[in-house]
Design a protein around this ligand. Structure first.
Ligand code: PLP
Length: 485
């Protein structure tokens, strides 16, 4: 079957001797090539590669690409991931030859524009975060966390203090405790209050002379603003610990409040979430880290300095934790985020945060009749509902997520945060129109009716996708990722 929706693998399309390109005969003596490659690395058998025409090849990859789902194809309310629209002008900017074709080992005299962009970006992010200095090196949010916790460890060590514990709330993103563990620190988990906030009594009991840091995001992973943040900061600082801000939720607060003003000492941003650079599928990303003055000496080196209008790289931080990424970070991602910030301007960024919060609250207000809303208060940029009301019909959150695929929507984040049973975390972002959000709400309501009338429609979903319901456990534990004859 080779029709438009053929599911044939490229190997199955293969016919011996068919080829997509016709290369001229090799004019380099084969013996010379064999001399360059160590004998044990030279393949003896012919590689079992598919043999197809260029047209078959094009159709194959085109059809694969059509099975993809991205922000450019549909609504993608994946909570905590901020799948906002990525304006195409960002792409134009990062492809400008002056950015795309330079090499990091070029003399700094010849890349003044690129250095200036990095320098300006540091200033913008420091302003947005309320921090004193920024490093652009980290390549992702989790990498920013690793950098930040290393900075905090260096800070305490320099003061001769052996602080080994990192406190995280039980609602934290998995990367927070993972980061602390990778840094060789012990994790202390504090339970959340039933209203979703950090439990101050539990926090007070957890801090001590061994506290290195408290890692927190505000708004929290429950989409709620920590109203007690200044008191939390006081408790941690009084114990001699530092506050780490997981900035993955910054889309809710741009221009409205700043982690630095809330008392945080170290921050990371996810440029690939908040600042509209494409993400998903593992990268590339960018997770710049901002710090207060006391931590500047430990920042990664080299860093960009400006002297009488000239930009250069300086390696004058003897206490630096060192380099955390090749050269100065994922430059192309940073250029995209820079273009976004310049196009939006301060008022635009603030407005986008306000709209993100408005859209999430609109979703919550429209869905809380048909779905259970565990927190009775306004949310920030994302909202949480659950499938508690649908439980009676034998329906779980996973089933609802699968049914959404039939209607052409990417499901929200599910089963996160872990402390909310059967959670669905919806983050519509500011870039979606009211019509799009209304369409999603209508489908969610329709699914709630289907649950009452014909639950099997949902428990057996999806019905319209290329593959139906997968055995997710087997897919994770016994993946078949290689074609076998
Ligand atoms: C996405 C996210 C991270 C990790 O960021 P990556 O760039 O994926 O490494 C950390 N914390 C929260 C709350 C997040 O949403």
């Amino acid at each position: 079957m080779r029709g438009r929706n053929s599911k044939a693998l490229i190997f199955e399309l293969s016919k011996p001797g068919r080829t997509a390109i016709d290369l001229p005969a090799c004019d380099v003596p084969q013996d010379d090539i064999q001399l360059l490659i160590p004998a044990q690395l030279i393949r003896q058998e012919k590689a079992a590669l598919p043999e197809v025409s260029q047209l078959d090849l094009m159709r194959h990859y085109n059809s694969l690409s059509e099975r993809n789902f991205g922000v450019d194809s549909g609504f993608y309310p994946l909570g905590s991931c901020t799948m906002k629209y990525n304006p195409k002008i960002n792409e134009d900017a990062c492809r400008l030859p002056g950015f795309a074709l330079i090499h990091p080992l070029q003399d700094s005299e010849t890349v003044q524009g690129a250095l200036q962009l990095l320098y300006n970006m540091e200033q913008y992010l420091a302003e947005l975060a309320g921090m004193d200095a920024i490093t652009m090196q980290p390549a992702a949010g989790a990498h920013g966390e690793l950098t930040g916790i290393k900075l905090i460890r260096a800070y305490h060590r320099h003061r001769g203090q052996n602080r080994t514990k990192v406190i995280v709330p039980d609602s934290a993103h998995g990367t927070n405790p993972a980061t602390a563990a990778v840094c060789g620190l012990d994790i202390v988990e504090v339970k959340s209050h039933p209203d979703g906030a950090v439990d101050l009594t539990a926090l007070k009991a957890a801090v001590g002379s061994d506290t290195a840091a408290f890692m927190l995001t505000n708004p929290s992973t429950l989409g709620l603003f920590e109203k007690n943040i200044t008191e939390i900061a006081q408790i941690v600082h009084d114990a001699g610990g530092l506050l780490y801000y997981d900035g993955a939720n910054a889309n809710a607060i741009m221009g409205l409040t700043r982690p630095g003003d809330m008392g945080f000492d170290v921050v990371h941003f996810n440029l690939h979430k908040t600042f509209s650079t494409p993400h998903g599928g593992g990268g590339p990303g960018s997770g710049p880290v901002g710090v207060k003055k006391a931590l500047i000496p430990y920042l990664p080196s080299p860093h960009i300095v400006q002297k009488s209008g000239k930009f250069s790289l300086a390696a004058d931080r003897p206490q630096s934790i060192g380099k955390v990424q090749s050269f100065y970070g994922n430059f192309g991602v940073i250029v995209r985020a820079y273009a976004y910030i310049r196009v939006m301007g301060p008022d635009g960024l603030t407005a986008s945060s306000q709209d993100a919060v408005l859209n999430a609250n609109y979703c919550l207000s429209q869905l809380k009749e048909d779905y259970y809303a565990p927190f009775e208060r306004f949310c920030m940029h994302e909202c949480i509902i659950t499938s508690k009301h649908q439980k009676a019909y034998g329906i779980h959150t996973l089933d609802i997520a699968k049914r959404l695929l039939d209607y052409g929507y990417h499901p929200p984040t599910i089963y996160f945060p872990l402390i909310v049973e059967e959670a669905m975390m919806i983050e519509p972002t500011e870039t979606e129109s009211k019509e799009t959000i209304d369409g999603f709400i209508a489908v969610m309501r329709r699914i709630a009716r289907e649950a009452e009338e014909d639950a099997s429609l949902i428990t057996k979903a999806p019905h319209t996708t290329v593959v139906g319901r997968l055995d997710e456990t087997a897919a994770a534990r016994k993946p078949v990722v290689k074609w076998q004859r």
